[in-house]
Design a protein around this ligand. Structure first.
Ligand SMILES: Cc1ncc(COP(=O)(O)O)c(C=O)c1O
Length: 392
């Protein structure tokens, strides 16, 4: 018999995955073009062509041990490229020794939480949040403490102040945010900093930043490394280079963070003993090339999809803020019961995820990293759904 804790997780399941599977079923029944599957954030753009070329070149590199183990923190040359990029972005020197290459942001977050948490330590999550945070905190014996953001999905400093206890070890922030698309500006981050610094012990800011480059209308994302003292950045190339299946990202720690030296040693050990050992070698080298090439996916393409889907939702009468970043719309659910609404949407072959799966009931999430034909094809279905809901 498998472990009881995992068994209970299997039973509660992932709502988003369920919608994804429902999508596969409906596509078989009605054909791909008649199912509007906005359920999952799987980046569908090609990786930039010069990065694809680098990948092929590195794969056939005859140098001995190109595909062997390296230091558990990753190749020094890759960490140097990452550190140089971070130094440019943050305006302060980041050393390669402050960087650990990881298996994506998911790997990074688990390594960080393994390193920080004693049993019962609390981690503040700002809702709505990437649902896996709950499992990641639980994986390492921590307790998640959920704090709602305000109506614009910005951090609520007073609510955070009230949630801080002597057991608060860390807060996870995610800007640009999945699922709300909110990007915290300098003023919001400054208020957050002042609340955290008024606590009577250091609180680590775990800044989960996979959407850092996925921003629209010229919005800029302030550097968390520049701003916070006890900050640990978790980054991923899944979205910025469309490499989600290849599992590559990094952790970067500011050298002013509490217990910096032990923290770095701990992260390297956690990367090893969680069984990652090291981030995949081929993709580390590819990332190094991508940084030198200044490569990123075609963000303008995502912006066009955001605009097209947003226009459809607004025409159909939905209350839908336009997200400043990331790959999701997060409209208000016309029904208080967002799960019931998602079931009704599925009757129109529209697949989406309920806000309650992200700790924010009363909303639903649409991932717009799907082809433009799916977005345009969904217009009539959204109009019909809007009518049924009495929105138009
Ligand atoms: C906010 C957030 N954090 C982390 C991840 C995990 O990303 P990765 O593929 O790098 O593990 C995702 C993936 O969608 C995400 O949206």
């Amino acid at each position: 018999m498998i472990a009881k804790r995992l068994k209970s997780k299997l039973q509660s399941g992932s709502m988003i995955r369920k919608m994804f599977e429902e999508g596969m079923r409906l596509k078989k029944l009605y054909g791909d073009e008649n199912v509007f599957d906005f359920s999952i954030g799987n980046p569908d753009l090609d990786l930039p062509p010069d990065v694809a070329d680098a990948l092929v070149r590195i794969a056939s590199d005859p140098t001995p041990a190109t595909h062997g183990y390296m230091s558990n923190s990753g190749y020094l040359s890759t960490r140097t490229a990452v550190a140089e990029r971070l130094s440019e972005q943050s305006g302060r020197t980041v050393a390669p020794e402050s960087v650990v290459m990881t298996a994506g942001a998911a790997g990074a977050l688990n390594v960080v939480l393994k390193t920080l948490l004693d049993p019962g330590d609390e981690v503040i999550l700002l809702a709505p949040f990437f649902v896996e945070y709950l499992s990641y905190v639980d994986n390492h014996g921590g307790q998640s403490v959920v704090v709602q953001t305000d109506d614009a999905f910005m951090p609520d400093p007073e609510a955070i102040r009230q949630a801080i206890t002597p057991r608060t070890k860390a807060i996870i922030i995610n800007t640009p945010n999945n699922p709300s698309g909110a990007v915290y500006g300098p003023a919001e981050l400054e208020s957050l900093r002042s609340v955290l610094e008024s606590a009577d012990h250091p609180i680590y800011v775990i800044s989960d930043e996979p959407y850092n480059e996925i921003v629209y209308d010229g919005v800029s994302v302030p550097s968390t490394l520049a701003l916070f003292t006890h900050v640990i950045v978790c980054y991923s190339y899944s979205k910025s280079l469309s490499l989600a299946g290849e599992r590559i990202g990094y952790i970067a720690v500011k050298d002013t963070a509490d217990d910096y030296r032990d923290l770095m040693d701990g992260l390297v050990m956690a990367n090893r003993i969680l069984g990652f050992v090291n981030a995949p070698s081929l993709i580390q080298k590819t990332i190094e090339a991508a940084i030198r090439l200044n490569a990123r996916v075609d963000v303008e393409n995502y912006q066009a999809r955001r605009d097209a889907l947003h226009e459809i939702l607004v025409k159909a009468g939905f209350d839908c803020p336009k997200p400043a970043g990331a790959l999701y719309l997060f409209p208000r659910s016309p029904l208080a019961d967002d799960r019931a609404f998602v079931d009704i949407a599925a009757r129109y072959n529209i697949l989406c995820a309920p806000g309650s799966a992200f700790g924010r009931p009363g909303h639903f999430r649409l991932a717009f990293c799907v082809g433009m034909p799916v977005i345009r094809g969904s217009a009539n279905a959204f109009m019909a759904l809007g009518k049924e809901m009495g929105l138009i």
